[in-house]
Design a protein around this ligand. Structure first.
Ligand code: ASP
Length: 361
């Protein structure tokens, strides 16, 4: 065949080849939240968790050109009602979707109030090969300028992107892609209500492809959700004048305690005595900052010169686990998972060192 004829044929066939590229198959699992919320266009009042998943997807113009979608309604709740029962069902359905060879990734729609907890939980227990993207919105679906459709489009784009493979669980809001460990809700109303204050986003969603700032780490999960009720872990929020009785009330009946402490996880002297007593009796206690930002380091061993002058601070150091970069709610998730099996304080600290920072990601 003459060269010119071959070139002519190739040009003829090329558009067909490009068109034949199959779209990625993305499974959308819906749990409710403001993204599925309904109100009136001229008021800030609305009810979360009203719109069904197929209508949510249908509200995204042109989404059929970027992915083939299949959907499942897991729940339709405000995310302050997210609990272990919904987590377990969502986890099971996410695993099932990830196990389907044709599914490239999963999107989970979720209320923004606790989305960071679900994202962090799933990041600890799901395999990283296929992307799982959590997404919500700050405005209900009926708002004049609803952010849900754009966020959902972005999330689907990320879940279907080849460059997202190996990144596991991510959170997408307002054109940004976040690591579940470092992202947090920083505003109750603004569309830029999510940030990772200490670390920043891990990428941006830009058309046609998301752009990631670092290579995928692809770490295998180190924890699992075992088939029995999760341990009960409560959170103690520190404030001026907190007493030992306050501590004991919050810790009563708990299998573990998270201190949302002042500054670098501090509490009053009275509270500290009560906490030290609980820790000495074997209650796992983790120190985090109530402002949710900052690295709480594990204590160093007391210097030899001060070994004879031990005080309460030294006792704290010996028994209380440092939550590293986790905010109180996420430290609670990690401690619940960790306490599904017996672990020493040193083992718990090692887990927080490893999973409570973003250094190795
Ligand atoms: N209250 C809502 C929820 O978390 C807030 C939201 O989705 O933005 O379900």
């Amino acid at each position: 065949m003459a060269k010119r004829t071959r070139l002519f044929l190739a040009l003829l066939v090329w558009p067909a080849l490009v068109q034949a590229q199959p779209l990625p198959h993305v499974r959308v699992l819906a749990t409710g939240g403001t993204i599925a919320g309904v109100g009136s266009a001229n008021s800030s009042a609305y009810r979360a968790g009203q719109v069904k998943v197929d209508d949510l997807v249908a509200s995204v113009p042109g989404v059929g050109q970027i992915a083939t979608l299949s959907t499942e309604q897991i729940a339709n709740i405000g995310s302050t009602d997210m609990d272990e029962g919904v987590w377990r069902k969502l986890h099971e359905r996410t695993l099932a979707a990830l196990g389907e060879p044709g599914v490239a990734g999963v999107v989970i729609t979720h209320g923004t109030d606790t989305i960071e907890e679900t994202a962090f939980l799933f990041s600890l227990i799901l395999p990283p090969q296929k992307p799982v993207v959590l997404v919500g919105s700050m405005r209900p679906s009926t708002a004049v300028s609803a952010d849900g459709p754009a966020n959902l489009m972005d999330a689907i784009r990320v879940a279907g992107a080849g460059t997202a493979a190996g990144r596991g669980v991510m959170l997408v809001m307002n054109d940004q892609i976040f690591d579940p460990r470092s992202v947090t809700k920083v505003d109750v109303r603004q569309v830029n209500g999510f940030a990772a204050p200490a670390r920043g986003p891990i990428g941006h969603v830009q058309q046609p492809q998301p752009r990631f700032f670092h290579p995928a780490a692809g770490r295998a999960p180190q924890l699992a959700l075992l088939p029995r009720k999760l341990p009960r872990v409560t959170i103690l929020y520190a404030y001026a004048g907190m007493t030992g009785d306050d501590v004991n009330a919050v810790a009563s009946g708990a299998d573990g305690l998270i201190i949302a402490g002042a500054g670098a996880g501090g509490v009053s002297s009275s509270a500290r005595k009560a906490i030290t007593a609980l820790a000495r009796r074997g209650l796992p206690v983790v120190r985090t900052p109530r402002q949710g930002i900052g690295d709480i380091w594990p204590a160093e061993a007391p210097a030899p010169a001060s070994a004879n002058a031990r005080n309460d601070d030294d006792d704290d150091r010996a028994t209380i686990i440092a939550g590293r970069e986790l905010n109180p709610a996420k430290a609670r998730i990690l401690l619940m998972l960790a306490l599904q099996q017996p672990r020493t304080s040193a083992e718990l600290q090692a887990l927080f060192n490893d999973l409570g920072t973003s250094e190795t990601r």
